[in-house]
Design a protein around this ligand. Structure first.
Ligand SMILES: *[C@@H]1O[C@H](CO)[C@@H](O)[C@H](O)[C@H]1NC(C)=O
Ligand SMILES: *[C@@H]1O[C@H](CO)[C@@H](O)[C@H](O)[C@H]1NC(C)=O
Ligand SMILES: *[C@@H]1O[C@H](CO)[C@@H](O)[C@H](O)[C@H]1NC(C)=O
Ligand SMILES: *[C@@H]1O[C@H](CO)[C@@H](O)[C@H](O)[C@H]1NC(C)=O
Length: 545
């Protein structure tokens, strides 16, 4: 798969050698090929027939099993009647935001066509997921798990489990995604979801997980839903947290865990109780009308059905903040590399810049919109990354979103907001939530340390409470109602990266922007060339990659 093509360009006095090695398929690492056909299909997770988005006929879609540094070659055939894009939540796509699969970086696959994503799980381990990023498709399916296992020579800080089980949980509407989208497009809200699904099953058809007495299982839990924070618990069984979005955590035992929308975590569960059935419970949090679904933990030699009350969900925000801050990095354990996770002392790096991001909900021209720092994101006709690459003017302007909330953050205006930050800077980002709902944010291309969170308003003195030692490093973080969360991020990945709310109707109506991690260098060490087979669209349609 390795081809190297070089071009010599004579630029005045300088001779520049540009090599487009097949950088996306790095030699020596295994290649895993996937051929996916995306179709509509009838599903009925809530007992009523509805249109779902299937991948190779499956809902949820197939699981990607990979090992650190594997090349993932995924040929996606779009058989829908509208453009389609898949994004890879937590896969960093280092130096290659072109394949990130969001509309700010990648052209959609037109109906009836196919496109082959070439990704690499470079220096990563952990639990992630993929999802369709356009057109509110996520409310119809098209998502699935990505498991990136450690290479055999890298130690994993727990014994191999008897089995490794993906548990995709998420809220769900029984309304067709096109109807939901039309409502949003008209400027209306879509109301609360109707139920919670566990691996595609609603409350009327609970799935069963079979365990053997005495054995320990790894459950990889991902919240693939469209807005709700969920609490996960199992009758009579402890959850030992071992991994969060690519970080091996201090192995703390919990009786229940919050999983916010877009987040992933792995827990170990030992079948150490009398052999019968138990209920696995997933319920929504921070809402008045709680939705609950269950699955069955079935012991292979079970004596009988699950009995007794289902365990209660915690209620208080302070409980959740305490739990969130208790999730820490095991500094001596390895992740994808042989060196311990704690060997990068993030707490000792000087902060180049502090960015404060505050969300708002408001009407613009009598339509519901959401925004960050006074700007509600609208997609221009051309992906930002392509406009940047081809120097197409008038698509976006750097600086179209401020680094801190303006005087009136609730007065929203529309823009294709792009914030610029320099490559190799170390940035503190404070998410300030003055709204009464819980929020969850994701940054593409980068993991970050969750340094602190608390109720009320962040102040510079809040830094005194930061965890500068063993905070967890992850991709997706919650911000509690009327609270703040502060993160540190090393901007070590050149490109155009989506920063978004995972609350999907808010994301759809503008609560997102792009972070342009910029360098003047044209070196392939810093950013790969645009893949030659990239799809082109908008004003980049007739350009040559
Ligand atoms: C489309 O799929 C065919 C095989 O099904 C493959 O040969 C071709 O390279 C794919 N095209 C793209 C752009 O990925
Ligand atoms: C941290 O990881 C090490 C392996 O490097 C393991 O031996 C230890 O038990 C772990 N500690 C905790 C508290 O999880
Ligand atoms: C951080 O900043 C301080 C004070 O400006 C300086 O003395 C120190 O060398 C810096 N540390 C690093 C790691 O750059
Ligand atoms: C977007 O922001 C830029 C920079 O602040 C500004 O020049 C431009 O006019 C804005 N576009 C719109 C449509 O408001």
């Amino acid at each position: 798969m390795r081809t190297i093509r070089c071009q010599v360009l004579l630029l005045s006095a300088a001779v520049v050698l540009l090599c487009s090695a097949a950088v996306f398929v790095s030699a020596g690492n295994p290649i895993r090929n996937f051929d996916w056909t995306v179709t509509y299909g009838q599903i009925q997770p809530l007992g009523v027939k509805q249109r779902g988005i299937l991948i190779n006929g499956e809902f949820p879609g197939p699981t990607i099993q990979a090992v650190t540094n594997d090349n993932l070659i995924i040929n996606v055939h779009n058989h829908l009647d509208e453009p389609f894009l898949i994004s890879w939540s937590g896969i960093q796509n280092r130096k290659n935001s072109y394949v990130d699969g969001v509309y700010g970086t990648t052209c959609p696959i037109p109906p009836g066509q196919n496109y082959t994503y070439k990704l690499q799980a470079k220096d990563q381990i952990g639990t992630y997921y993929y999802f369709p990023s356009l057109g509110f498709h996520k409310a119809a399916g098209g998502f699935g798990a990505i498991n990136v296992l450690s290479r055999p020579m890298i130690p994993v800080p727990f014994s191999p489990p008897a089995d490794d089980i993906n548990v995709l949980v998420g809220d769900w509407y029984r309304t067709d995604h096109k109807a939901l989208r039309a409502k949003l497009d008209r400027g209306h809200k879509i109301g609360l979801p109707h139920a919670v699904l566990i691996n595609g099953h609603g409350p009327r058809s609970p799935p069963t997980f079979t365990f053997q007495s005495g054995k320990t299982y790894r459950l990889r839990i991902t919240n693939v839903g469209v807005q709700s924070s969920l609490n996960f618990r199992i009758q009579g069984h402890d959850l030992k947290l071992v991994e969060v979005e690519g970080t091996h955590t201090v192995q703390t035992v919990y009786s229940s865990l919050d999983v916010h929308v877009g987040q992933s975590m792995s827990v170990l569960v030992t079948a150490d109780q009398p052999a019968k059935d138990y209920r696995i419970v997933v319920s929504t949090r921070f809402v008045k009308k709680v939705l609950t679904s269950t699955a069955t933990l079935h012991y292979e030699n079970s004596d009988g059905p699950a009995s007794g009350p289902i365990p209660n969900s915690p209620k208080k925000i302070s409980w959740s903040i305490k739990q969130a801050l208790s999730i820490r990095t095991n500094s001596t354990a390895s992740a994808a590399r042989p060196n311990p996770q704690g060997s990068y002392h993030y707490g000792q790096v000087n902060i180049t810049r502090t960015i404060i991001l505050e969300s708002a909900a408001a009407q613009v021209d009598r339509k519901q919109r959401y925004g960050i720092n006074g700007v509600s994101f609208v997609h221009p006709d051309t992906p930002l990354k392509l406009a940047d690459h081809f120097n197409i003017p008038g698509v976006f302007q750097v600086g179209s979103i401020p680094y801190a909330p303006p005087a009136q953050p609730r007065k929203l205006h529309l823009n294709a907001s792009v914030m610029e930050t320099d490559y190799r800077t170390f940035v503190e980002i404070v998410f300030q939530n003055r709204e009464k709902i819980v929020q969850t944010y994701h940054i593409n291309g980068h993991s970050f340390w969750v340094a602190g969170m608390d109720l009320e308003t962040w102040k510079p003195e809040s830094r005194k409470g930061y965890n500068l030692n063993d905070a967890v490093s992850r991709y997706t973080v919650q911000v509690y109602p009327r609270s703040w969360t502060a993160i540190f991020v090393a901007l070590d990945n050149v490109g155009m990266w989506n920063v978004r709310s995972e609350y999907w109707q808010r994301q759809y109506l503008g609560e997102q922007f792009y972070l342009r991690v910029f360098t003047t260098s044209n070196s392939l060490r810093d950013e790969y060339k645009m893949p030659e087979d990239s799809l082109l669209c908008g004003r980049a349609k007739n350009m040559k990659p």
